[in-house]
Design a protein around this ligand. Structure first.
Ligand code: DGT
Ligand code: CA
Ligand code: CA
Ligand code: ZN
Length: 598
């Protein structure tokens, strides 16, 4: 990958090392911020260092700029190396186990001498850790549970990591003239939050595997070519992801796309349907005896089985096959009876598009822990074609994120309104992301909340609460009359932190009663609400907001992941609040403040 990525990872790792060595949390945070800036920066560090701009970048201090230059000169940072040498790699792995964290990892290392995950697993079983301060049986059981959770995720990558890689290789393959079409399939096409391996299909009637081998062999991100056959080429990227490329002839293109998109459970159901009609379905086509009756297009396969085409994100055997059958049927009432929340009884599924999103209602600026100013964020939102944006910086309890105390918030509101008056063609809402405290109360008083145009309420701390406490907390926040949307309601981080595990149907019902919206946080590390929770909200008729929680202008692009997650939860345009026009949103906000039902 690029130097920006390498450096960003180095800074991130060093932040972990410093944390475990007991460094001041503000210093750790500053290093993490540099990591994020480097990752998100559209220009290369080489450029920035060359032009001298590196020294004037907000968020990158003198010390960090010096380190970056050292890296560009020598390929390493000696101070970081010295720090890293002091901590066994297993200890770093330990602190990244969900729910374990710096303090416990340091305790296990210093007080129990644990330096590897295997050792941790053994010691969790033999009971000797019970002697450590603060370690009860319940707490240890939870750690064990989390260890299993992270083992289950071990070789899976986040959607946001896999998708750009897949895109890059698809584009590369597309440059081979004998290749007619290229697409990725598998879990990636279904928009799952984590990806095991990348499945790419190329359509060609020629023999192209040697050309493919040559093209990928030259590519800088290819670490090892694992196998080359006429119809299948596999390789591993420098980040350890496996990619399978399959060559498919034109007549089988649709069948192969269907088969390799999966999911496996969905495919099993389709094959049963085919068998029931005395047909055979495989990756080559749909056959009656030896005769192919469909295969060139995916929609052809579904229609030949008596189904409407099903968007890939819905192919998880969660009722989509029944829906597709009823949608193709004659009686609209059947759809309504089986799926009451689809009151318009669609006969085709109109998939939610990124272009349907008309604004972002959860964004941060330099006032708290963002990297851009209000003006920059607003300009970038306008440039995307958005009709509105809410600026929602952190509230006072978020000390490490530089949360705003009441006086700073008042000043910030004035500053946002000042920008709003200057800029034309986009509505700018003065908002806040208010912490939902452990008991469900909010981090600002009502008279202050009243002054805001838009209130996101989110949990950030106390995320390992028991289910009952978590449910009560979120229900209480959802019921607060001044809240517009619950932001990242569970606080989970994909593959890293389980977050709250509330009784989600009850939270959804509370949102319905009070007319509050629920967020689909589009950041690929969050995707919170997750797909199954989205489905609950859709079925209950609770409005959803897809927000990026942007901490800089680069983050607006994350909206794609939120839209994929929304589709996986069967959300359509009508379910998403921020697909409405500015005036319609305004009306919704007014009605919410008056306490009308949505
Ligand atoms: P992943 O890679 O673990 O994130 O998940 P997928 O869904 O991409 O699974 P993968 O890569 O093992 O296989 C790609 C697709 O190929 C899968 O979604 C469905 C299809 N497929 C794989 N194995 C089978 C199978 O045994 N039966 C059927 N019907 N389909 C399969
Ligand atoms: Ca796959
Ligand atoms: Ca695969
Ligand atoms: Zn947040």
């Amino acid at each position: 990958m690029s130097t920006n990525t390498d450096l960003s990872e180095l800074f991130d790792k060093t932040a972990d090392v410093m944390a475990i060595l007991g460094a001041n949390s503000f210093r750790v945070l500053a290093i993490q911020k540099v990591a994020r800036l480097l990752r998100d920066c559209p220009r290369t560090v080489e450029e920035l260092a060359g032009s001298g701009e590196l020294d004037n970048m907000p968020g990158i201090g003198k010390h960090s700029a010096e380190k970056i230059r050292e890296y560009l000169r020598t390929g390493h940072i000696s101070e970081f190396q010295d720090l890293t040498r002091q901590v066994p790699p297993g200890v770093l792995a330990m602190m990244n186990i969900p729910g374990l964290g710096v303090k416990t990892a340091a305790l296990f290392w210093r007080e129990a001498g644990i330096t590897t995950i295997e050792e941790l697993r053994r010691r969790l079983d033999d009971g000797t850790l019970l002697n450590l301060p603060g370690m009860g049986a319940k707490k240890l059981a939870k750690i064990k549970d989390n260890l299993d959770f992270s083992a289950g995720q071990a070789d899976r990558r986040r959607l946001g990591e896999a998708l750009p890689i897949a895109d890059e290789f698809c584009q590369l393959l597309q440059t081979i003239p004998a290749i007619v079409r290229t697409t990725f399939c598998g879990s990636l096409r279904r928009g799952r939050e984590t990806i095991g391996d990348i499945d790419i299909l190329v359509c060609s009637d020629a023999t192209v595997h040697e050309q493919i081998r040559a093209a990928i062999g030259r590519h800088r991100h290819v670490a090892e070519i694992l196998a080359v056959g006429e119809t299948k080429i596999s390789f591993r990227t420098d980040r350890g992801m496996q990619v399978d490329i399959r060559v498919v002839p034109r007549p089988s293109w649709g069948a192969a796309m269907q088969y390799f998109t999966g999911s496996k459970e969905h495919n099993v159901r389709l094959r049963e349907m085919a068998t029931a009609k005395a047909l055979k379905l495989n990756e080559w086509g749909l056959f009656a005896g030896d005769k192919s009756i469909a295969g060139e297009t995916e929609v052809g396969i579904y229609e030949a089985l008596g189904l409407a085409w099903i968007p890939p994100e819905m192919r998880e055997d969660r009722g989509e096959i029944d829906l597709a059958r009823l949608m193709r049927g004659q009686a609209k009432a059947d759809v309504q009876t089986a799926f009451p929340f689809l009151s318009d009884a669609p006969s085709t599924w109109e998939t939610l598009q990124v272009a349907d999103i008309r604004g972002d209602l959860h964004t941060h600026t330099v006032a708290s822990d963002g990297t851009c100013t209000i003006t920059e964020m607003v300009a970038a939102a306008k440039h995307r074609g958005y009709e509105y944006i809410a600026i929602t910086d952190h509230s006072k309890s978020q000390i490490l994120a530089n949360g705003l105390n009441p006086q700073r918030l008042l000043d910030h509101i004035a500053a946002i309104h000042a920008v709003a008056r200057e800029v034309h063609g986009i509505r700018v809402l003065a908002g806040a992301e208010v912490d939902i405290l452990a008991d469900g109360t909010l981090d600002y008083e009502d008279d202050l909340l009243q002054k805001l145009d838009w209130v996101v309420a989110s949990p950030h701390a106390a995320l390992s609460q028991e289910t009952d406490a978590a449910t009560a907390r979120l229900v209480r926040a959802a019921s607060h009359p001044l809240v517009h949307v619950l932001g990242h309601p569970t606080g989970r981080l994909v593959g890293k932190r389980r977050g709250l595990e509330p009784d989600m149907p009850r939270v959804v019902m509370a949102a319905l009663r009070s007319g509050v919206a629920l967020e689909i946080n589009a950041n690929d590390l969050r995707l919170d609400l997750r797909d199954t929770h989205v489905r609950l909200a859709v079925e209950a008729g609770v409005p959803l907001c897809i927000n990026t929680d942007a901490h800089g202008i680069e983050d607006f692009a994350q909206i794609d992941y939120g839209v994929l997650t929304a589709r996986r939860g069967w959300a359509r345009k009508t379910n998403i609040l921020n697909t409405r026009s500015g005036p319609e949103l305004e009306q919704w906000i007014q009605a919410k403040r008056r306490g009308d039902q949505w």
